[in-house]
Design a protein around this ligand. Structure first.
Ligand code: GDP
Ligand code: MG
Length: 166
């Protein structure tokens, strides 16, 4: 099994921390799958049964200045070129306009989208349940997976779930 996985989300939600945790000291091997110049490879995880190429998709967070419809279209097209999308949010921050912007873009995407709620080490479980309920109403995520990228909680489970869709 192999595939490209795009990680999207607002700044500081923990995307880089997640990448470091996943790739860690493991040797990165480049995939021979074709890639587009619009996607920036962040890391490659090679396991016995799967190769997962994690990529950064620029332009999917709300731009500071208004970009034309063309740029929005490019970002959407980019998301349609990957095999799975991880939409990462910060468990400490409630639903906000930045999230709505991304979810609006995701409505045009026909790829499996997973909601990754990161930094669960910082919140109370009751708040996590409320958050899950809120996001479920707004988008039909394939799965919602709470993790702590910093402490590594549930990161292996997330990888297993995504693998199932490759
Ligand atoms: P990015 O901008 O999405 O790449 O976010 P970073 O990976 O740079 O993380 C931003 C900040 O959040 C850093 O100070 C991280 O140490 C912190 N952080 C990331 N993941 C977690 C987590 O699971 N728990 C906690 N407590 N902090 C985290
Ligand atoms: Mg980063």
């Amino acid at each position: 099994k192999s595939g490209f996985i795009s990680i999207i989300g607002r700044p500081n939600v923990g995307k880089s921390t997640f990448m470091n945790k996943v790739i860690g000291q493991k040797i990165a091997i480049m995939s021979d799958k074709p890639q587009t110049t619009r996607n920036k490879i962040q890391g490659v995880l090679t396991e016995k049964d799967a190769q997962m190429v994690f990529i950064d998709t620029p332009g999917i967070h709300k731009p500071k200045h208004r970009l034309g419809d063309f740029m929005v279209k490019v970002a959407e097209d980019t998301l349609n070129e990957v095999d799975a999308i991880l939409f990462m949010i910060n468990a400490q921050e409630g639903y906000g306009r930045g999230d709505q912007y991304i979810i609006d873009r995701l409505q045009q995407v026909n790829r499996p989208v997973f909601l990754v709620i990161n930094k669960i080490d910082l919140i109370h479980p009751d708040d996590l349940f409320a958050m899950i309920a809120e996001y479920k109403e707004r988008y039909d995520f394939k799965e919602i997976i709470p993790i702590s990228a910093l402490e590594g909680n549930n990161v292996d489970r997330l990888l297993e779930v995504v693998k199932g869709y490759l």
